[in-house]
Design a protein around this ligand. Structure first.
Ligand code: CA
Length: 232
């Protein structure tokens, strides 16, 4: 049983090989790319469990790759920085990298960081998908997770199972934006080969039942370029 898939985006050949060798020895499946563009396309196609991302890369630099990846997925990212790239490190973390490690580093240190990031992010996605309470309320909206029912004021809404799951995810994480890919992954599973428009369609159906004016929604709002957020 593999530990997961790690994508290494690093243009220094020796370092890339050393990372691949050590990660494989620890039981990870390893994908490699030597420039940012290739790395980004591998990340999109293969959906690795974690990305190790160098900052100084040909074609597309690591910060840009990080920015684009973060907009599309919540794949954990560990950035590799050279000494003196303090500013890049800060920018990387602001862009949403989960951790960074400064070159030169020991493989033992890298593996420890990697395990800790994976542990942290795996726990997080479990926690935010499973709300702690069985009854979610927001204003006059009540989502009963145990009974699988939704009430708006004194009216019960008829939601299909997938619509219910999607609404419950958004309401349980009120105020938090989800990308279409995050929603697809949580509701349809990682192996679902589908289109982000599936999410849009389900959102539209939910809005027709939930919103006073479905065409100008004020409960489930669209975050342009990101996805959706439940705001009340
Ligand atoms: Ca480099």
């Amino acid at each position: 049983m593999a530990e997961g898939t790690v994508l290494v985006i690093e243009d220094e050949e020796n370092l890339q090989e050393a990372l691949k060798y050590n990660l494989e020895r620890e039981g990870y499946d390893v994908l490699t790319a030597s420039d940012g563009e290739r790395g980004l396309s591998l990340a999109r196609d293969k959906r690795p469990d974690l990305v190790i991302l160098d900052i100084m890369l040909p074609v597309l630099d690591g910060l840009e790759v990080c920015r684009i990846l973060r907009r599309e997925h919540d794949t954990p990212i560990i950035m590799l920085t050279a000494k003196g790239e303090e500013v890049d490190r800060v920018v990387g973390l602001e862009l949403g990298a989960d951790d960074y490690i400064t070159k030169p580093f020991s493989m033992r240190e890298l593996l420890a960081r990697l395990r800790s990031v994976l542990r942290r992010t795996r726990n997080q996605s479990r926690e935010d998908t499973l709300p702690s309470s069985e009854l979610l309320t927001s204003g006059d909206l009540q989502v009963d997770l145990a009974g699988h029912t939704v009430r708006l004021g004194d009216k019960e809404l008829e939601l299909k199972p997938r619509e219910f799951d999607l609404l419950a995810l958004l309401v349980a994480n009120k105020g938090r934006a989800f990308t279409r890919d995050q929603i697809l992954e949580r509701l349809w599973g990682q192996d679902y080969i589908g289109d982000a428009r599936t999410v849009d369609v389900h959102i539209r159906w939910i809005r027709q039942k939930l919103e006073t004016v479905p065409g100008s929604p004020n409960r489930i709002v669209t975050i342009r370029g990101v996805g959706y957020r439940f705001q009340g």
